[in-house]
Design a protein around this ligand. Sequence first.
Ligand SMILES: [Zn+2]
Length: 148
Amino acid sequence: MKLEEHTAFSAAISGGLYSVTRSWELAFACLMSGIFIDLDHIIDYLIEYGWPFNVKKFFRVCYEGRLQKAILILHGWEWVCFLFIFAWLTGWDPWITGVLIGFSHHIVLDSFSNGVHQWSYFLLWRWKNNFVHKASFPGFAPQQKSER
Ligand SMILES: [Zn+2]
């Protein structure tokens, strides 16, 4: 899913959370984590393409699934499980719960929009596949090119 779509969904979900809970911490943490979980794409891009960092090339490579390796360290249901336990242990701290909701909805949206395998967003599955993009994300549907 594209950055602008994640931003729109995160804003809508965070706005809904704020309207129900009146917790700006929960809403802000959800908004930020729902968008910026995608920063892990930069790490994968830099490992494969190195410097200098070219923003246009970065988005083209990511949207078209042209990376050989997909570590995507933050895109993992394992983090959601960890965050759920951590949120529960802290009495549903709004910051941690917000990050939990942000990570959760981001991964759900990626799973549905990218047309990938049911296990693709598990770090252990990608590790089993040696983080090879084609093996980890069979059926990946490249995003349509931006009209800009
Ligand atoms: Zn993502």
